[in-house]
Design a protein around this ligand. Structure first.
Ligand code: DI6
Ligand code: FE
Length: 403
């Protein structure tokens, strides 16, 4: 397709700060990329396109990017939801064999067809709110076979739906049931280190992640996983300082991690470390909300240190059954005191960086033509509304998709 979109409010995010809006702007999409963007009054005379459309002032943003999800799983956790409302804590449920492990049981009992269909429905909901690129983690299989199944389902989603998928192995999510008992954590980590080259050989890994927490894995264990990933040339990310400060961020920085995620308990040393390594801070406001966390991530210190901040749904059945990127942007503003502009950057350009992608997240010449067209007057409305579901149109890789 070669098409010219005219008379749009183009939110380019092309500069370090500010919305960088081109009012009465035009975008020339050629095949899968943006050939030219600028004022409607200065469309190049040489521009050659098959069709044009007047957007009548509609807001055009880069397609949204959800850079942290656990989209593939079996079952649900509604019983646990009720337990937690009665006052049982997330950690207590985990210690009692529930939580992540209950989803592992349900995932292992599901066929890949069932996993695919349920994940597809969730992904469609996300796309209806502007998502054009998504990261999907494994981590509810916890055996070589079951982790591979989940990652293959993630790859299949990109074949069946017009969306880009990046896959992350989170086998180090919790200790697999087969390894429970004394020393089981170390033996499980050793097993995961054997699985990674096999998963990689099948082309299933864009990144490797781990959960560094008292109820999950310690720093030495994460170090072993990261060293294996590093030998394979796979970038790493980390669930760090979500429930307590384990100084996972410093470890992740040492490995040049793409991102550290959650970060409620991140301290000054951690901020300094990730600022130096260029690691993105991925904040997950709906997990914060759903577990009624009281401690906010250190947003103003991250900002002052120049750490890029991304946002994501963290969609998972336990702590974040959220399928609304726009609600995430609103929560980031209300709960974390981010600005609407920071919220949009968090789900576009900074989210791209958290995935190691430099070809998207902004509307500039040469970037991938992933665009969301919104029936709004100003992009700040994206973070303002609560459950308003503006009907967006999506252009993915230069093609309009119907949802
Ligand atoms: N942190 C989270 O919030 C999710 N995983 C993680 O490491 C929760 C996953 C779950 O409870 O199923
Ligand atoms: Fe997560």
């Amino acid at each position: 397709m070669s098409k010219l979109f005219r008379h749009a409010t183009v939110v380019t995010l092309s500069t370090q700060e500010g919305w960088s809006i081109i009012s009465d702007g035009a975008i020339w999409v050629n095949d899968d990329h943006i050939q030219w963007v600028g004022k409607d009054s200065s469309i190049p005379l040489s521009a050659a396109y098959d069709s044009e459309e007047d957007l009548e002032g509609a807001v055009v943003t880069p397609g949204l990017i959800d850079c942290h999800t656990h989209l593939i799983y079996g079952g649900d956790r509604t019983e646990e939801f009720e337990e937690r409302l009665k006052g049982v804590s997330y950690a207590e449920i985990a210690h009692g064999g529930g939580g992540i492990l209950s989803t592992v049981r349900a995932t292992r009992a599901s066929s890949s067809e069932v996993l695919l269909e349920s994940a597809k429905k969730r992904l469609l909901s996300l796309m209806q709110e502007g998502i054009t690129t998504i990261e999907i983690k494994s981590g509810y299989g916890l055996s070589l076979d079951s982790e591979a199944t989940c990652l293959r389902v993630a790859r299949q989603l990109a074949i069946e739906l017009p969306v880009s998928v990046r896959t992350t192995c989170l086998a180090a999510h919790t200790i697999a049931p087969e390894f429970s008992g004394e020393g089981g954590g170390d033996s499980y980590v050793e097993a995961v280190c054997h699985w990674l080259p096999l998963l990689d050989a099948e082309g299933l890994l864009d990144a490797v992640d781990g959960f560094c927490e008292e109820i999950a894995f310690n720093r030495q264990q994460i170090r072993r996983i990261f060293s294996t990933a590093q030998r394979l040339g796979i970038p790493v990310k980390l669930h760090a300082e979500q429930l307590s400060n384990q100084h996972g961020a410093e470890l992740a920085a040492e490995f040049g991690a793409l991102s550290c995620d959650h970060l409620e308990y991140l301290d000054t040393a951690g901020i300094k470390a990730i600022a130096k390594s260029g690691t993105v801070a991925v904040l997950l406001p709906s997990a914060f909300y759903a577990i009624r966390e009281k401690q906010c991530p250190p947003v103003s210190d991250l900002r002052a240190a120049g750490v890029p901040i991304a946002l994501a749904t963290d969609h998972n059945p336990g702590t974040s059954p959220c399928l609304s990127p726009l609600l995430i942007m609103n929560m980031a503003c209300i709960l974390f005191r981010m600005t609407p502009e920071e919220a949009l950057r968090g789900m576009t350009v900074n989210a791209a960086r958290a995935l190691g992608l430099s070809d998207r997240g902004k509307i500039v010449t040469g970037s991938r033509a992933d665009l969301a067209i919104w029936p709004l007057d100003h992009p700040r409305e994206l973070a303002y509304g609560i459950g308003q579901h503006p009907q967006c149109r999506l252009i993915v890789g230069g093609k309009e998709v119907s949802l």
